[in-house]
Design a protein around this ligand. Structure first.
Ligand code: SF4
Length: 357
């Protein structure tokens, strides 16, 4: 490493004290962060952007100002407030974690990485982020931003994810013995998010530019390299928008385990690998006169892409389905409906000839 680590740390911390962004969950300079806010934001920010998370974070802390309030909330209400953020296992674990902190830790988050790792939904990255940001513990949280900065600063040619261990070791060297672990963690991430960006890094604004190996070699934008991903499998199925005379439509709660557990959805068939076979799947509701809307909704999950053909129908016999309710467009936000289902509902409302009773 070209300069002593101390010097690099000072450069980064100075830069951060001048350029730190204001965020709803970030404590003002010199103020001790609220661990509840740090934890909540870190869980929400997993796989989700700062811009998207902002309003959700504000909604959560307005509804549930402390972890004890969140622990007392019904899981259904938490899922409803979470609807649209995706990756719903996070919301279920969030609630479980709040209950654990409230009941087993008297409402106080553990301060160490080890203690935090014991809690539901908290992996190594999140534990390190909370320990350092909320409690100023010397822990190194390596997110995608930090991975990019380190890959470039050291001009690591090995592709991700193979280079992860090397990146973690090098990030730890850069963070070692710094006097402000919380600020350092945030500064590291902030540098990646605002200056060392995936495209067109702004090296002229970077506090580490003079020592950055990738900048010197002119390969900054090519790094980090990534192992090519195998294409995701695609699953197919059908989704049904059943309306009634009152202009309401049918949704039901998904039970059992797995994706969308505990959330509401339009009735769907199972999701299978063959488009041709999916077309022949029987509807989960007995309605005569079902017809295809000639439209599809698509959604990308972590491990597969999903394409659902939309079917519409008119209920005249008061159809029943386990855990089902009839709702109208006006009370859609009272139910935990994933984005995929909201997309399908919007399409049907725009294109459904039977939408007005
Ligand atoms: S000099 Fe450029 S490439 Fe290197 S860390 Fe800074 S922004 Fe990233």
């Amino acid at each position: 490493m070209p300069k002593p680590v101390k010097h690099l740390q000072t450069q980064l911390l100075d830069w951060f004290s001048r350029h730190r962004r204001v965020m709803p969950w970030r404590a003002a300079k010199g103020v001790r962060p609220d661990p509840y806010h740090v934890w909540l934001s870190e869980i929400m920010l997993q796989q989700t952007t700062v811009v998207t998370v902002g309003p959700y974070f504000m909604k959560f802390i307005a509804k549930w100002p402390t972890v004890k309030h969140l622990a007392k909330a019904k899981l259904d209400d938490v899922l409803t407030a979470w609807a649209g953020l995706g990756y719903y296992a996070r919301a279920r674990n969030l609630h479980k974690c709040a209950v654990t902190v409230a009941n087993e830790h008297a409402g106080k988050f553990p301060e160490t990485v080890e203690g935090l790792r014991e809690l539901p939904g908290i992996g190594p990255y999140t534990a390190a982020a909370i320990a350092s940001i909320a409690f100023d513990r010397p822990a190194v949280a390596v997110d995608g931003n930090v991975e990019r900065v380190v890959s470039r600063f050291f001009a690591i040619e090995e592709p991700l994810p193979l280079s992860k261990d090397d990146i973690r070791r090098k990030a730890a060297r850069l963070a070692k013995d710094n006097p402000h672990p919380g600020d350092f963690t945030q500064a590291f991430m902030e540098l990646g998010a605002t200056v060392c960006t995936p495209r067109k890094p702004k090296c002229s604004l970077c506090p580490w530019a003079a020592d950055c190996a990738a900048r010197k070699k002119g390969v900054a934008e090519d790094l980090p390299r990534k192992v090519e991903k195998a294409q995701k499998p695609v699953r197919y199925g059908k989704v049904y928008y059943i309306s009634n005379r009152r202009g309401e439509f049918l949704i039901h709660k998904r039970t059992g385990q797995g994706l969308y557990e505990g959330l509401y959805q339009l009735p769907t068939t199972e999701w299978i690998d063959s488009r041709t076979a999916a077309r022949k799947l029987a509807a989960p509701v007995r309605i005569t006169g079902l017809e295809s809307l000639g439209a599809e909704v698509r959604h990308s999950f972590t491990h597969f892409d999903l394409i659902l053909e939309i079917w519409i129908g008119r209920d005249t016999k008061n159809t029943r389905l386990a855990h089902a309710v009839w709702i109208s467009a006006d009370n859609i936000d009272e139910y935990a409906l994933p984005t995929l289902m909201k997309k399908a509902i919007r399409l049907c409302m725009n294109g459904n000839p039977a939408k007005s009773a």
